[in-house]
Ligand binder design. Sequence first.
Ligand SMILES: [Zn+2]
Length: 77
Amino acid sequence: MAHECDDICRDLHLYLDGEATVSTRTVISVHLEECPSCAHVFRFESQVRLVVARCCAEPVPDSLRVRVLQAIYTADP
Ligand SMILES: [Zn+2]
């Protein structure tokens, strides 16, 4: 892996979180265009983030909340 790839990988999470500066974003997006291995890492990381975001955004259904609360209360002696 080239030296530039190390830098890209280090800053990739900032890029994915939207916290990278404009210049870093530009460097990364240009690099992703021409570096298949970093592009692969980027796709993988963004998929992971999508799944995690979806799981965290999912509200716990009321029925499940009630069941959990009942289990806690009935377990009490
Ligand atoms: Zn690279």
